[in-house]
Design a protein around this ligand. Structure first.
Ligand code: 5GP
Length: 193
């Protein structure tokens, strides 16, 4: 998606440790007009799928997921990061390793919000090693729900997450795929899509 690529080029900051900082329009301050365009693009890409729910993970995925959900007219469920689980009977639980904080979290969704009748689009801001997306897919498998696809704003194509999820036979659509980025020069190269 050209608009997103241009914005990343203009305002994204390449950090050490393979982190792309997009705080000014996506991860801290949020450009909702840009989110609206992203939501329309996800709708176009997944128009053929019978999606009745969107699943994301707190916190950064929520904004994009909500605006995307307005296009599909479906509810959003966000998986919560928890330190310890004491509601195991009432929740689906999995573990996710945070890329940015290098910690492992329990991630939970209440059972009453996901079930076998659901056809779910997973939405997140970034795809890096794939732990977050994989954890969300895990929760959907536990619920017996159908994974209709994964929609990502920014995939870092030089990290293994995209291949990991696609190799499961799951459709992944990323609005921008970063092929390489250099913290020394700030140069960002996108994959042609
Ligand atoms: P993964 O689980 O695929 O390794 O990483 C995905 C999660 O880590 C996303 O939910 C996102 O919050 C965070 N993340 C991964 N890479 C980046 C990055 O380069 N920049 C930012 N801002 N967040 C990232």
């Amino acid at each position: 998606m050209k608009l997103l690529e241009e914005r990343i080029r203009r305002d994204g900051i390449v950090m050490e440790g393979n982190v792309l900082k997009v705080d000014s329009f996506l991860n801290h301050q949020m450009d909702v007009d840009l989110f609206a365009e992203m939501g329309k693009e996800f709708k176009r890409l997944f128009a053929d799928r019978p999606i009745n729910k969107i699943l994301t993970i707190e916190a950064s995925g929520i904004g994009i997921a909500c605006i995307t959900a307005q296009e599909f007219h479906v509810p959003v469920v966000f998986a919560k990061k928890a330190q310890s689980i004491n509601l195991a009977g009432e929740t689906y639980v999995t573990k996710v390793e945070s890329f940015t904080h290098k910690r492992v979290y329990d991630v939970v969704v209440a059972k009453k919000f996901l079930g076998p009748e659901d056809h779910v689009l997973v939405i997140d801001d970034f795809l890096a090693n794939g732990s977050a997306a994989n954890g969300l897919i895990d929760l959907l498998i536990s619920a017996g729900a159908t994974v209709e696809g994964v929609g990502i704003a920014v995939e870092k194509g030089f990290q293994p997450g995209g291949k990991l999820i696609r190799d499961k036979g799951i459709r992944v659509e990323s609005l921008a795929i970063v092929e390489s980025m250099d913290p020394a020069t700030g140069e960002i190269v996108f994959r042609k899509q």
